[in-house]
Design a protein around this ligand. Structure first.
Ligand SMILES: [Fe+2]
Ligand SMILES: [Fe+2]
Length: 174
């Protein structure tokens, strides 16, 4: 039986093709993250488009929770300043909090159970998010009129980048 011998030059060529494919793949992810998955801007409605290929973190329950969170954020975003009052916006915003916190706790417990090495750093990121949310909850309690866009922007940016960047780092451990 013959074997395939790859010359150093050919090996180098194959290596270059692999690098090129990876760069193209990363570029596609980048374009999707910046255009396809996240639409709208300013006061316009924002929407994160769920895509299993990009949001899959390797655990069925976490995926379901993330999907639900994105759905809830999209619903919150669909209500504009014209369609609901500031009071109703804050009511909906506050209603979201237990579910979001529950997810963070569940995820932390799960990562502890599997002995994930990055657990402490991951918990710190969650804690920092909860600190920001405490600030926004004060706005909600005060029914602050000018914070709606900022809150929506924060929620969308945080959850989208957290799932795609930090959460994605534990994928290989499941
Ligand atoms: Fe997380
Ligand atoms: Fe998560």
């Amino acid at each position: 039986m013959g074997s395939i011998v790859i010359s150093p030059e050919k090996g180098n060529y194959i290596c270059r093709i692999e690098v090129y494919i990876k760069v193209v793949h990363l570029r596609i992810i980048f374009i999707k993250c910046n255009q396809g998955l996240f639409t709208g801007g300013g006061n316009k409605m924002k929407k994160i488009i769920w895509d299993d290929e990009f949001f899959d973190v390797g655990h069925e329950i976490l995926n379901k929770q993330h999907k639900k969170i994105i759905e809830l954020l999209n619903q919150l975003s669909a209500d504009t300043d014209e369609t609901i009052s500031t009071e109703t916006f804050y009511f909906k915003f506050k209603e979201l909090q237990p579910y979001l916190k529950q997810h963070l706790k569940y995820e932390e417990r799960l990562l502890e159970d599997i002995g994930y090495a990055g657990i402490e750093a991951h918990k710190e990121v969650h804690a920092s998010y909860l600190g920001d949310m405490a600030k926004y909850m004060k706005f909600a309690e005060a029914n602050a009129p000018d914070q709606r866009s900022e809150i929506k922007l924060f929620l969308f940016d945080w959850w989208r980048s957290h799932i795609l960047e930090e959460d994605m780092q534990y994928k290989k451990h499941f």
